[in-house]
Design a protein around this ligand. Sequence first.
Ligand SMILES: [Zn+2]
Length: 87
Amino acid sequence: MNSKNLPLRKCVACAQMLPKDQLFRVVETSEGISLDLTYKAQGRGAYVCKSHDCIALADKKKSFNRALKCPVSQEVIDSLYRELEND
Ligand SMILES: [Zn+2]
């Protein structure tokens, strides 16, 4: 995949702008907050680098809570770590 053509998104932890395929998307939908692996779910989204450091930092700083303006459960953070291991 040529990531140069992908739109840039900002990581909530390190604030770097990266092509979205290098980031995980977390989305707030009517059903709650979840990891959006399709990048297509409707709703407010927040992005984090596919890196252990950025996920840990976002967790520590509660960056997702701020970005999505609502509490993000530990389950969602855990699902990011799980995806990272599968990637
Ligand atoms: Zn980052």
